[in-house]
Every structure is written in C-alpha cells, then in structure tokens.
Design a protein. Sequence first.
Length: 312
Amino acid sequence: MPISVIILITVLILIALRQVGNLRFQIWQVMAAGAIAVIAMGEISPASALRAINFDVMLFLFATFIIGRALEDSGYLAHLASRFLRRANTAGKLTVMVLFSMGLLSALLMNDTVAIVGTPIMLYLSRKHGINPQMLLLTLTFSVTLGSVISPIGNPQNLLIAIEANIGNPFQTFMAYLFVPTNVNLLIAFVMIRFYYSGEFTSKQLTLPPDPINDKKLAALARFSIMLMIIMILAKIIFSFSGQQTDFKLTYIALVSATPILLLSPRRFAIIRRIDWHTLAFFAAMFILMDSVWRTGFCRICPPALCLMGIR
C-alpha cells in the first residue's frame, strides 16, 4: 500500500479518535501533520503541494470568514437573530424558528459562522426560560447542518462541489435539486425533537429582548457587505436565466463583498487575526494530502468508500 494512503488512513483514524492517551488533537492539526508527512517523505514535492491547493476555495473561505467575523464582533448577527426569535412565544414556535431561520442564515453565511453565533444564543434562551439546553443545541445543530445544504456557499463541501464540477449556475442548480429535500429534512428534524423532548413543549410564554449592537460602524459595514453579496448572487442567477454567460466566480463575489470591511473598518487587522485560520489550515493541508494520494493511483482502483475524501 502506498505511503500516502497509509498516512491518509492514519489521519482518518486520529480524526475519529481525537485523543491518544493524554494527547488531544484538533482536526486541523491532524490534517496538517498528514500534509507535512507526505512532503517530508517525498510523496509530493513542495512545488506540487503548493499547486495542489485550490486557491479559489481558500480565498472564498477567507473572504466569507472576514464577513462572518465582522458580523459576530459587531454584535449585528446576534442582534438580528434575537430580534427574529423574540417573536417565538412558545417552545414549539422557538424550535421551528431556530430550525428554519438559522438554516437560512447558514445557506448564506456558511454554517460555521452561524453555529458560533447561535450557540451562546441557545444557551441564553435555555437559562432564561428553563429549556433543556441539549434540545436547543441539537436544534441549532440540525439547522446549520441541514440548512447549509441548499446553497453552494452554505458549507465548504458544497463550495468544493460547485467549483470543481464547474457548475454554470450553482445557486440555481443547488436550489432546484435540494430545496425540497432540505425542507423535508428540517421538518423531520422538528418531529424528532418534538418526540424526544416532548416535556419541553409546554404552553409557557417566552420573552426574549433583542441583543444590542456592540459596534454600530462595523455593523453598518457588515450589513453593507451582506447586501452586496446578496445583490451579486441575485445578479449571477438573473444573468444565468437570461442566457448570458458570465465568469463572475463565487470567489469574486466573496472577495468583493468583504472589501468594504477590509478597506474601511479600523478594526480590519483585528478581524483578520480572529478569523477561523484553523479551518483554512485544514483545507490547505487536505488538498496537499489528497493530491499526494491521487498521484499514487490508489483512488483509481480502490473501493469508492475509501476515497470519499478525495477532491478529484
């Protein structure tokens, strides 16, 4: 068995275990170690490793994380979520609204961002109203996982598919095939939560005051970035329906949308420092490791299940 494949299997085992003895590993650390190992053992040259990294994906994630961090640091995203969720005056309505509203946000902002912002909101609601925190956190988990499926920018996996498959209008394609299954799955998730946590669904009235915005200037820039992204996405969809071909990639949309924050916010460097660099490191390392495995030819002959993480 090729060395690259052995390293990949070791990486997958360590990711599944996350701990060996007293040593705890994060996913990005394990993947980075795998990428370093294949380079050090000569399975792939440093130049080939650099070429293996999909910079369209990396730049898109970087720009999206910039917008997400600005939304989070300014308090604007939490403010929007709390304003919307305060309309839910019972546990049942709250569950439905979390499932569909957080799911919609995940489809636009990438599910990592919504999960980070949504977690403290769920815990706050749990403490304030005496609702089982496990139920609300599971609701959020279902929401960001299922809701992100409907969009090519909802999660990094979808983005990889949209870019690598060279889909002409990924928003239209994803919506056409995944709109109904996604909503059906969200409804199934609600039924499951309602069944397993039936004791939480009482007629007790809930109230949730809106969270204040921490930085109004940064919030205004983040709001402008989101509006810019929505406008460009809609323009891309409209151009596609009209039969006009444009080469305006998802990467360009994300970079243009993040530009107001990077150029105009005095907190730009703090925002850049605080984005999810671990996820970026994970994907860069994954590209290198998987390209090394692909070069062995193993993925051409092995059972498909063993190569699910491949990028080819």
